[in-house]
Design a protein around this ligand. Sequence first.
Ligand SMILES: Nc1ncnc2c1ncn2[C@@H]1O[C@H](COP(=O)(O)OP(=O)(O)OP(=O)(O)O)[C@@H](O)[C@H]1O
Ligand SMILES: [Mg+2]
Length: 598
Amino acid sequence: MKNSKPKSASRQIPLWVLIEPLKKPLKNQWRLAALTILAGWGKFILPMGVPLITGHLIDDVLMQPANTETRMDLLRLGAVSVVLLFFLAIAAYYRSALAQELASNLQHNLRRRMFHHIQRLSMRFFNRHHAGSLGSRVSSDITYAGVVVDKGLIQLSLDGLSLLTLGGVMLFINPWLATLCFIFLSGNAWVVRHYSPGIRDGRKSIQEQQSSVTGRAAEYFSAITVVKAFAGEQQSGRAFSASSEQVRDLQVANSKLQGSFQSLSNTLVIACQIAVALVGSWMILYHPSSLSRGDLVGFLLFVGLINGSVQRLTDSLIQIQDGFAALERIHDILDIDPSPADKIDALTPTLTGNLRFEDVKFGYQKKQVLFDLSFELEAGKTYALVGPSGSGKSTLTQLMLRFYDPWEGQILLDQYPLTDISQSHYRHHVAVVLQDPIIFSTSVRENIGFAVDNATDEAIEKAAKAAQAHEFIMEMSKGYDSPLGERGVALSGGQRQRIAIARALMRDPRILILDEATSALDSVTERNIQEVVDELRGTRTVVIIAHRLSTVRNVDEILVMEKGRLTERGDYQTLKAQDGLFAELLEQQKMERDEEGG
Ligand SMILES: Nc1ncnc2c1ncn2[C@@H]1O[C@H](COP(=O)(O)OP(=O)(O)OP(=O)(O)O)[C@@H](O)[C@H]1O
Ligand SMILES: [Mg+2]
């Protein structure tokens, strides 16, 4: 059984820390919680009438000769039972319905909080986690956490309350037999204490592995074109089944623990019943004054009730371990600070778009990618960033967006260090078209107007026209309302780029970054978009990253990057005349074009 050792068996987070995310929503719902507990208490307490009625029947009715008195007694007991049943039905209904409502409200609250929190986490975090497994955190983890409320907080307080009530009644009927019961109950409490941590750790490992299975499946399915094109089904199937096998192994290991737990607890419960029956019979035979037959039958029925409650408790304790494990995972995520974080007194200045890099060093994990970059981009000018693949151009734009903070040095925007400016304020002033444009599974309109408040139809259409997208959008059956993505129209690479360009133009940004934004377009469309970008000149800072050097002919200045360093800088003609990397790249592309041409 490989890999079955729980990964996270290391530390136990204290209970009150774990349930912290539940506290606030629970506080807001305390009335509902109190009503649920009241209903649950009723549902538990009311059946206690049955042993009382039974004891009364045996000792006071059955032992009497049949007469009008006993007939009246029977009728009275019947009437009491009907009332009892009526309230029991009501209590049972509310216990279940209210608990569900409460759990659903809490889950909704927690789901929202998780989603908002995860969205604000750093790019480093997202580089490390599968989107699919994060999806499972906001869905299945939250569902499990709801169990803690229903089976946990509510059921525990209920059973606690009921055991106290039952214990009191039993002590009253017969203290000796009650003490005997308590001994068995403490045995059960020990079993719970002994087994719970191990089961919880196991459940947490299972959930972690399960969400990684979900993540893996999501990854393969979203890359299904590659999987199919490379006939990689067998390989991905093998990788998936290895992941799934780990879940199974963990589950099998955990089920052994759960089995011992339930078997021990169950044995104690039955042993308690047998012990009470034997000791009770002994008392009736040899000390008849201490216990009546009716009392013993009533007492045994009480023990049945107590044991039912203990068994329910142990069952739900296993389910709660799932919930606690999920709460641990939720806690692990909520515990991560969003980074880079805004300073408390983050600025929201008016921005013109002057961007300066001062001795910036940066890398992902340990590998350095950018070395001592120092340069300034003046507001309103258009720049091109060129250089071989892997030289760090996209990385540079990620720093401009403050997806990451530099290792050393700083980036200034209009004299303000980027780290001092409120991120959401700043990002309202930059727009970017990423190298691999993302299209959401919403309508064309929502895709273009994304994150712009109150985007008007006119503005959306204007942006689409500028991005050369209007025409193909109008060819779709529902125009701007056509759904895109998963359940809608699949766009071509160039169409995706144009939607992304329209989205960027919509924002009316101070700084516009186009990372290979027109690489998938034909030259006519590309030229048209270039004209639009040229029109922006003087009003916005534009940074264009391009491999096709013909597209950067008109920019104010070209920055050439090589292996994470800025090696050349100047306008097209100057760089062309120099004997440097740019001239070399230009020459290469010219040769390629010539070869194509003839
Ligand atoms: N998320 C990441 N984690 C780790 N390394 C990364 C990450 N993104 C990029 N890199 C590395 O940083 C280096 C620069 O990558 P970058 O994407 O900035 O290059 P680029 O100039 O944009 O290349 P291209 O022209 O091919 O788009 C590469 O060596 C790459 O492996
Ligand atoms: Mg790139």
